[in-house]
Design a protein around this ligand. Sequence first.
Ligand code: GLU
Length: 590
Amino acid sequence: MLLRTGIALLLSTALLSPAAHADSPTAPRVPEQTGWGGAVSSVDPDASQVGIDVLRRGGNAVDAAVATAAALGVTDPFSAGVGGGGYFVYYDARTGRVSTLDGRETAPHAADENLFVENGRPVPFAEAMTSGLAVGVPGTPRTWQQALRKWGTIGLREAMSPAETLARRGFVVDQTFNTQIANNATRFADITSTRDLFLPGGKPPAVGSVFRNPELADTYRELARTGLASLHGGPIGRDVVRTVQHPPVAPGAIRNVRPGQMSLLDLARYRVEEPEPTHVSYRGLDVYSMGPSSGGGTTVGEALNVLESTDLAKVSDVEHLHRFIESTKLSFADRNRWVGDPKFSQVPTKELLSQRFADSRACLIKPGAVLPAPLAAGDPRDPKPCGAAIQASPSRQDAENTTHLVVTDRWGNAVSYTLTIEAEGGSGIVVPGRGFLLNNELTDFNFVPVTPGVPDPNLPGPGKRSRSSMAPTIVLDRGELAFVAGSPGGATIITTVTQILTLHIDRKLSLLDAIKAPRASQRNAAVTPAEAAFIASAQAAGLSGIGHQFSQVADIGAATAIERLPGGGWRALAEPTRRGGGAARVVRTG
Ligand code: GLU
C-alpha cells in the first residue's frame, strides 16, 4: 500500500488539519514510532493517518478508533467494513475500568441448527463461503455508534466523514488491494455487483491507479445521517435483505450461490452486547480481553494460566516454545468443547479462566514429550488434576483474515478493536448500489456437531452469534495501562496473541521483537502449523527432537500494539513485514 498514501492524503486535505501534513506528508508504513499525545496502529497507513488526525483535532481514543475503522472499510474492504462485525475493548483511564462491546454478526431468526445441512449432509465449506446463507446480520455500524455514545466525544457523522472523503475521492491501489481481488477474482466475477465494483474491465484495478467507491461514500453518509436507521429497518437494510435473499449471480456463473433468510426484522432487532471482559492475572499483570461469543479471551487466558505454573524466564528457548505449544493445544481442546454464544448455552467462562482449572490441565504437560492430539477437553466446572473428562474436540480449519487496530489518547484511554467480514472478501457479495461487501461470518458455526454425542455450543441457532477467535487485548500493570495488542488471523489470533504476550512478559523481548518472532499455531491437532522461519529455526530442531511435528503455512497474523512509556509517552508498533506491514503512528514524534 506504499503507493496509495500520497494521493489519498492530498485528496482528503479538506478534512485534515494542516498539522497533519507537516511532519508526515506521505503517511509511511512504519512498524514503530515513539512519541506523545496518543497513538494509532493499524494495517493501513491511510487509516492510521485518519485516526491520528482525529486525535490531533482533540478527539479521544474511541473517536479515533471508529474513524480508523471506517477508513479501513474503504482501503481494506476485503478484511472489514460496515457489512461485518467485531469486538471493541476499551480502557477508561479515569475509572480504570475495561469494558467491551460485542458487535458480532447474528444468524437470522429463521435459522436453526441445520442452517448448513442439506439432505442430511453439511453444505461444502467452499460453497457456503460464497452464499447468502453465510451472511450474518452486520454489527459493525452499531458498534461504532454505541462506542461513540458511551465513550466518545464526536458523533457518527464526524467519525465517518474522513472515510467518506477517502471513498469519494479515491486512494491509490497498492499491491495488497490488487492481490486480495486477484485471490478472489473467480468468485467476485460470479456476482454482478462485486464484479462491477472490484473487477472493472474484468481485471483487478492496476497497482498505482486511483480507486474510488462513491457508492460506499454515499452509504457512509446515509448511515450517519439516519443514525443507522437506514440499515436497521430502512432503505439500506432493504437492499441488504434483498441481496441476501437473492444474491445477484452473474449470468453464466455455474457456482451454486445459495440464498439466505435474513429479514428486515433481523436487522431491526440487532443489538450490540456489552459482556464483561475476560480477566486473568499473569505474572502480576492484569490481562483483559473479549469474552464469549468470542473464545479469544478465555482461550488466551487459559493458555496463560497454564503457562504460569512454570517460571518461563528461566527455561531454555526450546522448553519455552514446547510449553507455549502445549498450552494452546490444551486451551483449544477446552474452547472447542465449551465456548459458544452464552445466550444459547451455559458457557463456563469464569471456570475456564480459573487458575485451579488451568493447573489441572498444566499438569498434563511433560517436559520432554508431546501430548497426543486431538486432546480431550477438561471439565472446568469440576477440575480433576491431570484429568481429561470428555472426548476429543478437534479444531477445524478456518479462514485467516480480519484486521486489528489499537488507539491511545493523551488522557491515557485505550482501545483494542478487532473487526472482520470473516473470509478475505467476506461472502464475495457486494450490496448493489451500496459499495460494501457482506460478511460470511456464519461459516464460523460448526455445520454439524464436531464430535458426535458431545454437546456442541457452536451450532447455528436463531439470532445466535457464531464463535469467534478474536482477542483484542488490554494489559494493565497495577491499574495503569501497560500495553494493548491484538492480531487478525482467524483461530490463529489466539496463538499469536498468546505468543506475543509470553515472549514479551516472560522472555523480555521488546513488543516489536515479540511481534516479529516466527510463529507456530497449535490448535489441538497432531501437527502444528508454523511459519517457514519458525520451522527453519534451531528451536524447531530442538522441538522436533522431542516429537513435535510442524507443517509449513504462510504468514500467521499481522499484529498491532501500543505500549505506555514511563513519563506518559507512547510506543506504537505494527507488523513490519507480514501482509505488507502495518502503520504505527504517534501524534507527536520524539
Ligand atoms: N471469523 C473469524 C473469527 O471471528 C475471523 C475471521 C478471520 O480472521 O479470518 O475468529
